[in-house]
Write a protein that binds this ligand. Structure first.
Ligand SMILES: [Zn+2]
Length: 364
């Protein structure tokens, strides 16, 4: 669905995008306001409020992104979803002080906005609990309310939301990073359960957020756990030594045979004459090419992914992170003289992690 995102432009070199579901929200607000008041002006004012709110959200995300930049961490993009914004940082620093600064920079932006609004003499809307009365209050009052709630909400220790990250970074000052993450993730999931109970009493948005907090907490806890497990491993520890390769002259049918015969799902492709590496044929491409070109189609006509190359003596953590960031599924592994000695794929990396965690389980 990526192509449906609308790119608004770049701020400080960071692309700002609107997720396609965000349009649904705007339409929903417009139609809702229009049918309630029968007045296009009121409906446009509703839409304008949403846009103003999300501008504050973008500023919040830019706070994170620019703080991250100070520590040399790039931001791929900032995307607006109906439930809020996400700044996709390339990585999250394991240095607790850096994570603390990055996590706090977002809410800090909203604190500044609140301070400016207060200095302008803005007051909170009178009937906060009544959404229909809220529509009648001024846009500045509504913005004050929104930014105040963004600050309070984001500071709750609901990992991986900002407050949870601040909490994890704080814990990591006193204990090891994996343990700090485990505790923060458990507290985050507890918060998610609380959100569900509060959300069930009529706040649908909170139910969505609970869902994302729950998933986010468990997935980030797992990935930190993995990094710790892989800490002392090298690329060559996890590589495949016996694997199949295909030539660009092979038929799709012959690759299907390889796919069915073994557990390998990515195949490096070499030029038949020169042996020059051309790319990687993934399982998805094999299947879609089979549907498109039939079993007699040739590998050279299939779209290939990029085939990376790494030294076997490099640390596995760094290389697996690099593979994730570049969207690589497969790497040729070489020895220090550049000779190819194996293949590293996402699949056997995942297998290696499972084996390592089983071994660790046995130790403890
Ligand atoms: Zn934030």
């Amino acid at each position: 669905m990526r192509n449906w995102n609308l790119r608004l432009g770049r701020v400080a070199g960071i692309p700002i995008e609107i997720h396609w579901t965000f349009w649904l929200l705007l339409m929903f607000v417009f139609v809702g306001d229009f049918s309630e008041n029968g007045d296009a002006n009121a409906a446009f004012s509703g839409v304008f409020t949403v846009v103003a709110i999300f501008t504050c959200v973008v500023l919040h995300e830019l706070g994170h992104a620019l703080a991250a930049r100070r520590f040399g961490v790039k931001t791929r993009d900032i995307t607006l979803y109906p439930i809020g914004g996400v700044a996709r940082l390339e990585r999250i620093p394991e240095n607790p002080v850096q994570e603390l600064v990055i996590a706090i920079a977002g809410p800090l932006v909203n604190i500044v906005i609140v301070a400016v609004l207060l200095a302008m003499g803005t007051v909170l809307p009178e009937h906060i609990e009544d959404p229909s009365a809220l529509v009648k209050s001024s846009i500045l009052s509504r913005l004050l309310l929104v930014n105040t709630s963004l600050v309070i909400f984001n500071l709750l220790p609901a990992f991986p939301m900002d407050g949870g990250r601040i909490f994890r970074a704080f814990l990591a000052l006193f204990m090891d990073y994996a343990q700090a993450t485990r505790i923060a993730a458990s507290v985050g999931q507890l918060m998610a359960i609380i959100f569900v109970f509060v959300g069930l009493s009529g706040n649908t948005m909170l139910l969505f957020i609970a869902f994302f907090v729950w998933l986010g907490a468990s997935s980030e806890a797992t990935s930190v756990e993995q990094r710790v497990l892989l800490k002392s491993s090298l690329v060559r520890d996890a590589m495949l030594i016996n694997y199949e390769t295909v030539s660009d002259q092979s038929t799709i049918e012959s690759v299907i045979q390889l796919l069915l015969k073994g557990s390998q799902s990515e195949f490096p492709v070499y030029q038949a004459l020169t042996g020059e590496p051309l790319g990687v044929l993934s399982r998805n491409t094999i299947l879609s090419s089979l549907a498109e070109k039939g079993p007699g189609g040739l590998v050279r006509d299939c779209p290939l992914d990029k085939l990376g190359r790494e030294r076997g003596s490099r640390p596995l953590v760094a290389v697996s992170q690099q593979m994730r960031e570049n969207g690589q599924t497969c790497l040729e592994v070489t020895d220090d003289s550049g000779q190819i000695i194996g293949l590293l794929t996402q699949d056997n990396l995942a297998e290696f992690i499972m084996v390592q965690s089983a071994l660790k389980y046995r130790e403890t």
